[in-house]
Design a protein around this ligand. Structure first.
Ligand code: C2E
Ligand code: CA
Ligand code: CA
Ligand code: CA
Length: 278
């Protein structure tokens, strides 16, 4: 009849504030986004500081919608988490990232890929299968796929999540604790959970060259991590001052705009070739 979806939509959002309206619009469009191929991954190089070589890349979600334009993951991922869409999106990320690893190997620049996992994905009983299938289908090894998780997951303290985490560890998937130092970090997590790497949150790196306290904190986190046999990745390195200071403190890896912004799959393959060892 005359009442198209548009009118229903208006009716539904009547009386809501702007934030809620925006949210519902995002939620509706996000449902279609994968199918409509509006979602893609970008890759940011992770550098080894000792050698200044690219040893890996973090895969980051991007969404380009015809109506909304480029939507930031900080905007759509929380919505995907609440609606449960993150499970579908997350599975796609894992599969897509593993396919990219195959291409990096094929062009003679073999490095690993790191993907972000939301706590909600650990509540999906299929997570292990999704990961191992992506590895098997693409003929890569568990070591090629690093998994980044935030403290939010550890906070949940659910036996299910802990079980999956230790299984992944036993299967030799490198595990990183992301955004360390923000949110509800407890040092006990570092002993209780089987991490290989710790990522220092960008906020501390941003402050370290103009704040003695931030500098002290970064130094201490690096020393503590090494004491716990964890490798350290500094996030959000933007200046040579930050880089030099991190190097002198023995930080293992870094990523940030100083080296490169996240690049599309194609751009990143080209970047790897340019930075290939002769
Ligand atoms: P994150 O995991 O902490 O990712 C790092 C964020 O810092 C990325 O933002 C990256 O583009 C940005 N960044 C990297 N270097 C620099 C720098 O030098 N300066 C500044 N200012 N920023 C830098 P992005 O891509 O907007 O992603 C935001 C967050 O969204 C991510 O934070 C992560 O929590 C989440 N996210 C992105 N992709 C995924 C995904 O596939 N799955 C899940 N669950 N979360 C994702
Ligand atoms: Ca991350
Ligand atoms: Ca992070
Ligand atoms: Ca973050």
């Amino acid at each position: 009849g005359k009442r198209g979806g548009r009118n229903d939509f208006k009716f539904y959002t009547l009386g809501m504030n702007e934030t809620n309206r925006t949210r519902i619009i995002i939620e509706n469009l996000l449902h279609q986004a994968l199918k409509k191929k509006e979602i893609y991954l970008v890759y940011q190089p992770i550098m080894e500081l000792k050698t200044e070589k690219v040893i890996g890349a973090e895969a980051l979600l991007r969404w380009n919608n015809p109506q909304l334009g480029q939507v930031s993951p900080d905007q759509f991922i929380p919505i995907a988490e609440e609606t449960g869409l993150i499970n579908q999106l997350g599975a796609w990320v894992i599969s897509q990232a593993c396919q990219e690893v195959v291409q990096w190997k094929a062009q003679g620049t073999p490095i690993s890929v790191a993907v972000n996992l939301s706590p909600r994905q650990f509540r999906d009983s299929k997570l292990l299968k999704i990961i191992t299938d992506a590895i098997a289908v693409n003929g890569i090894t568990n070591h090629d796929l690093e998994l980044e998780i935030t403290e939010k997951l550890l906070l949940e303290d659910s036996p299910g999540s802990q079980g999956i985490l230790s299984q992944l560890h036993q299967m030799n998937f490198p595990l990183s604790i992301d955004d360390f130092g923000t949110g509800y970090s407890a040092l006990s997590y570092l002993i209780k959970f089987p991490f290989n790497r710790l990522k220092i949150d960008r906020s501390f790196i941003t402050d370290m060259t103009h704040s003695q306290k931030a500098m002290g904190l970064v130094k201490t986190i690096i020393a503590m991590s090494h004491g716990l046999n964890l490798q350290v990745i500094a996030e959000g390195v933007e200046t040579s001052e930050q880089l030099n200071s991190l190097k002198s403190q023995g930080c293992d890896y870094a990523q940030g705009y100083f080296f490169s912004r996240p690049l599309t799959g194609e751009e990143f393959r080209y970047y790897l070739q340019l930075n290939k060892n002769p």
